[in-house]
Design a protein around this ligand. Structure first.
Ligand code: HEM
Length: 365
């Protein structure tokens, strides 16, 4: 990441708000200006080589798929993110939060501790339950085989990005990492495939039960996709890819966001107190938590969980790095206090237009 930070800073300094660099055989242009960011993120949808690495695990899963495959898949996935569906997940978040709070009790006597293992297992449990509708108990069972395989896959797979000599498939095939990826991928796919099989059977059974009892259970993303208009058409292969997209896109991003928010709260006790005073009673109170919202946004500005997005123009002729981090840290946009943690900037209307895009959308509310 330091490399991308360095080039983002270089781009901020010059008049064009852009710079470029070589990575292996690829020449990248770095963008840190809101208008260019919006233009390129909307017009250039094809992903770069980094996405191709992810394809070895998630195949043509929507997020990293070539545009012609991504477009129809996105249409299927988008409605499952409705506010109503997301609100239904609040019970899951609150139950998993209670487990997290209990686990954090063990840290009360320590002066310093790392939030990361607590938060990542919390988000893994929450995401697995909301995506697949199953509890994997990552918070309490470190040896869970799916979790171990996924962590191993991601660690080994991502280490390839900065080793351009391993970009050549023939060489990588001979590398020991390839074997690890094959082994762990098998575990991951079999795990998700079994859940889908079981879910198809469950849906058939519970449909008739729920109809007679009138009781509705929380529906996971998998339930929602299977029950959508096109649900019966989806093959297991298609669903495994989409489920893995959600698991990968949702787990570490949320953990980085939640983790840094905790760090900020511990660094700024006055901010923590204001958040505490606003605390919710019911999940319907969530929209009223204006200050917490500003704190989360300010954290996502300073520490965007997805700091850069890679895009390709005209079949890889021009490669772009849309630097979310660079745009969030650009003093030309935010002023001289750009590096300070000031949640109030999200309450007093001083956010520069289009310059806040933690989810890649320059119109993030
Ligand atoms: C703080 C948390 C999160 C951040 C900062 C974040 C950020 C992003 C960004 C920057 C993109 C655009 C990537 C690109 O264009 O290459 C993206 C896409 C996506 N994210 Fe997230 N994300 C977060 C949480 C989640 C969660 C919890 C889920 C689901 C469980 C999720 C699912 C997705 C999906 C499916 C896409 C692809 C959308 C598409 O294909 O158009 N994200 N996210």
């Amino acid at each position: 990441m330091n490399v991308f930070k360095m080039f983002s800073k270089e781009a901020m300094k010059n008049n064009y708000n852009m710079t470029s660099f070589w990575l292996g055989m690829d020449h990248y242009t770095v963008v840190v200006e809101p208008n260019l960011f919006e233009l390129f993120s909307k017009e250039c949808l094809e992903k770069t080589r980094f996405a191709k690495f992810a394809r070895s695990l998630i195949g043509n899963g929507s997020i990293f798929a070539p545009v012609d495959i991504w477009r129809p898949k996105r249409k299927h996935l988008a409605p499952t993110f409705s506010t109503k569906n997301l609100n239904n997940f609040c019970n899951i978040f609150s139950q998993q939060s209670l487990i997290l709070v209990e686990r954090l009790q063990s840290t009360l006597t320590s002066e310093k501790f790392s939030m990361w293992p607590f938060i990542t297992t919390y988000t893994m449990d929450s995401v697995c339950e909301t995506v697949l509708g199953i509890q994997i108990h990552a918070q309490t069972d470190k040896e869970q085989p799916f979790l171990k395989a996924l962590n191993e896959y991601l660690t080994v797979g991502s280490s390839r990005i900065f080793k351009p000599w391993l970009y050549i498939k023939a060489i990588y095939k001979l590398h020991p990492d390839s074997q690890i990826l094959r082994r762990t991928k098998k575990t991951i796919w079999e795990f998700v495939s079994n859940i889908i099989e079981k879910k198809r059977e469950d849906i058939k059974r519970t449909k008739s039960k729920e109809a007679s009892s009138g009781v509705e259970s929380t529906e996971s993303f998998l339930d929602l996709l299977l029950e959508s208009a096109d649900g019966v058409k989806f093959t297991n292969h298609y669903l495994i890819e989409e489920m893995l997209v959600l698991l990968l896109a949702g787990t570490d991003t949320s953990a980085v966001g939640a983790g840094f928010t905790c760090v900020m709260l511990s660094k700024y006790p006055d901010v923590q107190m204001k958040v505490y005073e606003e605390r919710p009673i019911l999940h319907t109170d969530l929209p009223k938590l204006k200050y917490l919202h500003a704190v989360v946004k300010e954290t996502l500005r300073l520490y965007p969980p997805v700091p850069i997005i890679g895009r390709a123009v005209e079949k890889d002729v021009l490669l772009l790095i849309l630097s979310i981090w660079g745009m969030h840290h650009n003093p030309k946009l935010w002023g001289d206090d750009v590096e300070s943690f000031i949640p109030e900037r999200f309450l007093n209307g001083s956010v520069p237009s289009g310059a806040f895009a933690p989810f890649s959308d320059t119109n993030t509310p």
